[in-house]
Design a protein around this ligand. Structure first.
Ligand SMILES: Nc1ncnc2c1ncn2[C@@H]1O[C@H](COP(=O)(O)OP(=O)(O)OP(=O)(O)O)[C@@H](O)[C@H]1O
Length: 326
């Protein structure tokens, strides 16, 4: 570990996970998360996000490589790690007949130095639902209960597996605010998500997993910057694509057209946009429907997944755990 402030709270090197049927779900990944950072693991279905998070939570032993959480092996030194971490699994699985308050009290009984259950429930906006049975909660409310329980021990490290799945837009925003506030208070957060907007808004750094490997990693801005930007516009009346300045002179690395709508891809957005606008100005034409934009994380994600698939072949379809058990 490094000095405080840059301390790596989570360190993963060469991590591998192999299931009983011999399938290698995690194929040698490396990343680290600093104290007080939100790190997002993104990936297509079956990319290996949950398989990775379970290793970080100490729920299984790796087939290879190394995991350290707060300087300890979370599997063999569970007693040292577990009291300092909070875990929100993809499926909470709490007794459905208990009320929200009873569930929180029961869970608090299992947590060292638990904060008052009511306080944790209030943090996620469930204070008015304390007497409601778990089975009567909506899907989104259950996710919030899961989060409240993960917060009971005031954890230094929080693992959130798809924390906002099933939440409406407002619930998602509330969760983002809460997670950001926890980070600002020094909590280190590792989350998995399918929502690219969530990773873009919330994470300090992220990794995109594809078929058990890290296909891209960095800050959201770094990951998107590696993808080409886009310029679209309508070809002016009486003009053809060949009338534009040579595309390599514009700094364009790819192009396409849909009727009269032209799409240019470039890694030099400012240069390409400037030269195109100067050309239009000089020619005295208007570029209708002009749209100039950097790649979004969604475009980067789709581009990276496509590229990675092309390199590794067709991905194996995700099977349910029941299918494996059969
Ligand atoms: N118990 C198991 N036995 C065998 N293979 C498994 C088991 N659990 C998961 N897998 C396989 O490992 C791969 C990774 O699964 P994992 O659940 O980690 O993916 P994920 O990225 O979390 O996907 P999702 O976004 O759909 O939750 C998948 O191909 C899955 O079918």
């Amino acid at each position: 570990m490094q000095a405080h402030g840059h301390e790596h709270v989570i360190e993963v090197t060469g991590l591998r996970r192999v299931y009983g049927d011999g399938f290698e779900a995690v194929r040698g990944i490396d990343f680290s998360v600093r104290r007080g950072e939100i790190f997002a693991l993104l990936g297509t279905n079956g990319a290996g996000k949950t398989s990775t998070v379970e290793l970080l939570e100490g729920l299984a032993a790796p087939a290879g490589g190394r995991v350290r959480v707060l300087g300890h092996d979370p599997y063999t030194e569970r007693a040292a790690v577990r009291p300092r971490t909070g875990v929100m699994l993809q499926e909470g699985g709490f007794p459905s007949e208990l009320t929200v308050a009873e569930t929180a009290r029961m869970w608090a009984g299992c947590v060292t130095g638990a904060r008052p259950p009511r306080e944790a429930l209030a943090r996620v906006g469930l204070e008015k639902k304390t007497d409601v049975r778990v089975k009567q909660l909506s899907g989104g409310e259950r996710r919030r209960l899961d989060l409240a329980l993960a917060l009971l021990g005031d954890p230094e490290v929080l693992f959130l597996d798809e924390p906002t799945t099933g939440l409406d837009a407002e619930g998602r925003r509330d969760t983002w605010e809460l997670v950001s506030a926890l980070r600002d208070g020094g909590t280190t957060v590792l989350l998995t998500t399918h929502y690219l907007e969530e990773a873009e808004n919330l994470s300090d750094r992220l990794a995109i997993l594809h078929e058990g490997r890290i296909a891209a990693t960095g800050t959201p801005a770094e990951v998107t910057a590696a993808q080409p930007s886009r310029i679209t516009f309508e070809l002016p009346e009486g003009y053809f694509l060949g009338d534009l300045p040579p595309l390599d002179e514009l700094g364009v690395c790819g192009h396409g057209a849909d009727g009269r709508l032209v799409r240019l891809q470039t890694r030099e957005l400012q240069r390409a946009a400037t030269r195109l606008l100067v050309w239009a100005e000089t020619a005295g034409v208007e570029l209708r429907r002009l749209d100039v934009r950097s790649a979004s994380l969604e475009e980067a994600f789709l581009g990276i997944a496509k590229e990675a698939s092309a390199q590794t072949g067709t991905p194996r379809t995700k099977q349910t755990k029941q299918e494996y058990a059969a």
